[in-house]
Each structure stands twice: as structure tokens, then as C-alpha cells.
Design a protein around this ligand. Structure first.
Ligand SMILES: [Zn+2]
Length: 73
């Protein structure tokens, strides 16, 4: 006559999420704010394109832009 112990799984343990690193995309030069990355032309300002292997990619709308930097024809 074994009674099974019921473990309630209602609440999930709180996990600390890494903070957004959006601020690192900005550089302050004097009294001007300089953006180190381009904004997504589709999503508008606020959404950065991440760069990888000469490509700029938007993680929101999957917009991809090929940057001409690094390759000179
Ligand atoms: Zn986008």
C-alpha cells in the first residue's frame, strides 16, 4: 500500500536572464551618440542588424544585407 508522493510543479524557479546588450551598440563620442551597427530598414530604428561574415542580418524580420566592406573589387 504505497502512496505516491505528488510533487507539484506549479512555479518555475526564477532564472536571471542576461541583460540586453543593446546599449553596447552605441558609442558616445563627445556629446553625440554614434551607432556602431546599422538599423534594419524594414523594422526601423531600434532594431539593429547584426553583422556576420560580411553580411548584415536582422533577427526580427530576417532581412539580410550584404556589406561591401572587406571585399574590394
Ligand atoms: Zn528587420
Amino acid at each position: 500500500m504505497g502512496k505516491k508522493k505528488i510533487v507539484k510543479k506549479g512555479k518555475k524557479p526564477h532564472k536571471n536572464q542576461p541583460t540586453s546588450k543593446k546599449y553596447s551598440k552605441y558609442q558616445i563620442e563627445g556629446d553625440k551618440i554614434k551607432r556602431t551597427l546599422k538599423f534594419c530598414p524594414r523594422c526601423g530604428p531600434g532594431v539593429f542588424l547584426m553583422s556576420s561574415k560580411g553580411r548584415l542580418y536582422c533577427g526580427k524580420c530576417h532581412y539580410t544585407e550584404f556589406s561591401s566592406e572587406g571585399k574590394k573589387a
